[in-house]
Design a protein around this ligand. Structure first.
Ligand SMILES: Nc1ncnc2c1ncn2[C@@H]1O[C@H](COP(=O)(O)OP(=O)(O)OP(=O)(O)O)[C@@H](O)[C@H]1O
Length: 456
């Protein structure tokens, strides 16, 4: 009697020689069904996930009295390692139908498509929207007519939502963002925007519908929700007219480096592994980027003044260029401007910011505030800082500064110091890389410029 017969006594003897092969096959199938790396797989392997989603969809009971709305749903089929299509088919489509709502769906085909579609929606120019795989309500045509929607839903991560916002806010003439011709500021957002979280970074959904909120809960809140105004950050380069809008986070230095790795270099590792590897790499690099930052302080709400979360802007020198602004010349390990609390991945870099206050919060960790022993232990300290962003407790740390501003100007230097040499770094809005300005970036907060669908 072999050992195998003791271990697997129920296996019929003729199969015993194939035991190693069968064991390998078992683990392969288990791996494919559970798919911990989120690798895009053929539809057959989605069965397990679809079943769970379908069950939750069946449990959805729409509220008694609902406004009947028409939605345009943009689906990024590749978001979050190919979850877009499954979430649309198993969650969005059946839930909207159950709630008696109508919609058109557009499958996006690549970067820029969502901006194009939303610009057409905002302009009321609804004919001729390019449909991704030729599918708008399964009609294989490239010229289609969409009814004007009451709300645009982006089934995506933060990146595509950012593209939708830029499409909706682009002016009627030109419909442009940084990529093409200049946009006119001041016009409101014609259609409210909502997001069903499908991506690997879902900070906007976390902020609007609750951290870790899945597609079912988010969509239920959207269907029963109301449009509310939200501030928008308008980003311009080198004093030019062209503008990029963002309602989430502008980031530079460590956050942007991290996102660059997860979106590009480490994307092949899948949504789970890349999120473990990327923080380790940026912590090891320890890059400080030099810059001159000027910002116009905005009032901190009274209830937050005593929390110690905000630095007093008066500690910074007045700008000679513009006396209403304060000036900081330093090297930065961390620099992010947030308009919403949640950045995604369970991080709250600016936990006290409010969605519609005409101001955004700047989070800074700079060289001259990190003392020498901290400098030596920067990797450990930085890791702790990352971890404490989970509940926002980093805001009272000595080496972390948060200021509230209505506008700012950032002039990145040419050098970075310590650790890995990163040059001028990377600028990002909602995790989307923007290219670097020749000289400076100006950011101004436009109060209530966008409308987002949130729980009533
Ligand atoms: N069909 C598509 N194929 C490839 N990329 C697409 C497609 N549709 C949209 N995109 C682009 O993919 C980028 C990321 O999209 P999205 O935010 O939805 O997903 P994600 O993978 O979760 O990324 P994030 O980490 O930013 O959340 C956006 O720039 C978007 O324009």
């Amino acid at each position: 009697m072999s050992l195998a017969t003791h271990v697997y006594p129920l296996l019929p003897p003729p199969l015993l020689p194939y035991l190693p092969f069968l064991t390998a096959l078992f683990f392969l199938l288990l791996g494919l069904f559970l798919n911990p790396l989120g690798i895009p797989l053929p539809a057959f392997f989605d069965v397990h996930q679809r079943k769970g989603l379908r069950k939750a969809t069946r449990a959805y009971a729409p509220p008694e009295s609902l406004p009947t709305r028409h939605y345009v749903v943009l689906v990024n089929p590749n978001a979050g390692a190919g979850q877009g299509r499954i979430i649309y088919e198993e969650v969005i489509l059946p839930m909207l139908e159950k709630a008696g709502q109508t919609h058109d769906v557009v499958w996006t085909v690549g970067p820029g498509h969502a901006t194009e579609v939303c610009a057409a929606v905002a302009a009321g120019r609804l004919r001729g929207v390019r449909s991704g795989t030729g599918k708008i309500r399964s009609t294989a045509t490239t010229t289609v007519t969409l009814a004007p929607p009451d709300c645009v839903i982006s089934a995506s991560g933060d990146g595509m939502l950012h593209e939708c916002l830029n499409g909706l806010l682009a002016p009627a003439a030109g419909r442009a963002t940084r990529a093409s011709s200049p946009a006119r500021s001041g016009a409101g957002c014609p259609v409210p925007l909502a997001v069903v979280p499908v991506g690997s970074g879902n900070g906007v959904s976390d902020s609007l519908y609750g951290r870790g909120c899945g597609p079912h809960a988010a969509l239920a809140k959207i269907i029963a929700g109301k449009p509310k105004p939200a501030d928008v950050m308008a980003v311009r380069y080198d004093g030019e007219e062209a503008v990029t809008y963002d309602l989430h986070y502008f980031s530079w230095a460590v956050f942007a480096d991290h996102d660059f790795l997860t979106e590009n270099t480490l994307r092949f590792l899948g949504p789970m592994v890349k999120m473990i590897v990327a923080p380790i790499i940026v912590l090891c690099r320890r890059t400080f980027y030099s810059a001159v930052v000027e910002f116009e302080p905005a009032p901190v709400p009274k209830d937050l003044l005593l929390t110690g979360a905000y630095a007093d802007p008066k500690v910074f020198a007045k700008s000679e260029r513009d006396p209403s602004m304060r000036r900081i010349e330093d090297s930065f390990w961390c620099f992010a401007v947030g308009n919403l609390r949640e950045a995604g991945g369970g991080l709250m870099p600016v936990p006290n910011v409010r969605m519609c206050e005409g101001a955004a919060d700047i989070l800074m960790v700079r060289r001259s505030k990190t003392n020498s022993w901290l400098g030596r232990l920067i990797m450990w300290r930085s890791a702790m800082m990352f971890l404490s962003m989970d509940d926002g407790s980093h805001t009272t740390a000595d080496d972390v500064e948060i200021v509230k501003c209505s506008r700012l100007r950032l002039e990145p230097g040419v050098s970075s110091e310590w650790g890995w040499k990163g040059g001028r770094g990377i600028f990002q809005c909602s995790g989307q890389e923007m290219g670097m300005p020749k000289l400076s970036m100006e950011l101004s907060v436009e109060k209530g410029r966008a409308r987002v669908m949130v729980a009533d």
